[in-house]
Design a protein around this ligand. Structure first.
Ligand code: UD1
Length: 425
């Protein structure tokens, strides 16, 4: 397996182009299953998860073609005929978002057989909300040997669905399913992450009727059919936030190109409270820290526009060298603290108390060999390594490659001493 090596202690300075959002790109790809016409997606990030989902779409009968651009790809998915409505374990177990083909398949083909999902091991991550929502829309659901079988022989029917928990994936799935249902579906307590809005806008471009985009109540009036469209994937606020934290951690200055300040939600005020300067410029965000030490800052992860759980590990890395004690509370996933023991290898002082981590800032981190445990946790280890004295080796970087495009190249261009060693075969 590849490893990433970092010699820490350099300030980051420069410009980083922010890639298209993984968490929008993946559901947008599944939306292509809703129509027999081509869906063209611009600003696609080059990520392992995108390649894995492409394989699944191809297995279902979609033709996936890619135009490689200088900075980003343009992908066209043409699901003219759906050859198979089975999404196999071998693929769905690799990324959770591939489970989301369930909604489009059952809406268009009136049946689907989708393996229960995999993805990052960051908690139980059940699928009850997807199942209850589709049942309310008239689907019959059975669980057989690790697969969800959904059948709606007469098509899905509009329904009012109030989710007890805000779920990004269930919102994507039910919103897509509702676009082709008979009648009106209202999704109450829907997720309103910017990526949901991006997918909703694409569905509207495909002919869907959706009201309430950007709010927690989505009203979807089903239509007979959707058509092809061209859509540009929004910028990745988690990638941008990760580099913003890296800039703050190393006391550098970075311009994040292609991202707007408002998509950061609460992350901006948290970074400012910790002592970073964050300014929105036109089509970019500038993040800097002058020589002063970071301030310990408490944070609670919340659904958008709250502080995102996907930046929790990176923010914890930042707090390891802050002045004072910070309390980090994880409210979205119950098991998302696997990075704590790895950060301890750098000399960080962190104790866990249920859903809270107490981080006591130390003067300096020291480089260490570490193991990436999940996608966002790997980014936290990179951030710690950038600031640590000496060399850090990050193992299991395939987690990183699932969600961060060319991370060594982007950081290297800003002066980081970072390189990848390819596995020798
Ligand atoms: C998506 C994101 C992930 C992010 C997460 C929360 C993608 C590809 N992934 O994951 O990066 O960390 O949102 O912002 O976009 N839940 C249930 N029952 C369900 C579904 C979810 O109880 O049927 C719970 C989960 O266990 C979790 C909470 O709802 O506690 C939020 O999870 P959810 O928003 O569904 O996360 P994902 O869509 O899997």
């Amino acid at each position: 397996m590849d490893t990433i090596h970092i010699r820490g202690g350099r300030r980051l300075k420069g410009t980083i182009p922010v890639s298209g959002a993984k968490n929008a790109a993946l559901p947008l790809m599944t939306a292509a299953l809703l129509t027999d016409e081509p869906l063209t997606l611009a600003n696609m990030p080059r990520l392992a998860d995108v390649r894995t989902l492409s394989k699944l779409l191809a297995a279902l009968g979609g033709e996936v073609s890619i135009d490689r651009g200088e900075d980003a790809d343009v992908m066209t998915v043409h699901a003219k005929d759906i050859r198979s409505t089975t999404a196999p374990y071998e693929i769905v177990s690799q990324i959770r978002a591939s489970f989301w083909v369930l909604g489009p398949l059952v809406a268009r083909c009136r049946e689907a057989k989708v393996s229960l999902p995999g993805g990052c091991a960051i908690g139980a991550r059940p699928v009850d909300l997807y199942i209850k929502g589709l049942q309310k829309m008239g689907a019959e659901i059975d669980l057989v040997e690790g697969y969800v079988h959904a059948a709606a022989p007469d098509g899905l029917k509009g329904a009012v669905i109030r989710s007890p928990v805000v779920s990004v994936g269930a919102t994507h799935t039910l919103m897509m399913a509702a676009t082709l249902a008979d009648g009106v579906t209202v999704l109450e307590n829907a997720a309103r992450e910017p990526e949901i809005g991006d997918v909703a806008n694409c569905l509207v471009a495909m002919g869907a009727k959706i009201e309430g985009i950007g709010t927690s109540t989505l009203r979807i009036e089903g239509v007979e059919r959707l058509h092809g469209a061209t859509h540009r994937v929004i910028a990745d606020r988690i990638e941008a936030g990760t580099y913003a934290i890296a800039a703050a951690m190393t006391g550098g200055e970075i311009v994040l190109e292609g991202v707007e300040g408002e998509t950061f939600g609460a992350a901006i005020s948290v970074l400012r409270a910790a002592g970073a300067e964050v300014e929105s410029e036109q089509g970019a965000v500038r993040v800097a820290r002058n020589g002063e030490r970071l301030q310990a800052t408490d944070v609670v992860t919340q659904v958008f526009p709250g502080f995102p759980t996907d930046l929790q590990a990176q923010f914890m890395a930042l707090m390891t060298t802050a002045d004072g004690e910070s309390e980090i509370t994880e409210t979205i996933f119950e098991n998302r603290f696997m990075h704590v023991q790895e950060l301890a290898r750098f000399g960080a002082d962190i104790s866990l108390h249920g859903d809270k981590a107490l981080v006591r800032g130390v003067e300096k981190l020291k480089g260490a060999p570490v193991m990436a445990s999940d996608l966002r946790a790997s980014a936290a280890l990179i951030i710690a390594g950038l600031a640590a004295e000496g060399e850090t080796i990050v193992n299991r970087v395939y987690h990183l490659d699932r969600g961060f495009e060319r991370i060594e190249a982007k950081l290297g261009a800003c002066g980081a001493d970072i390189w990848r060693e390819k596995e020798k075969h």
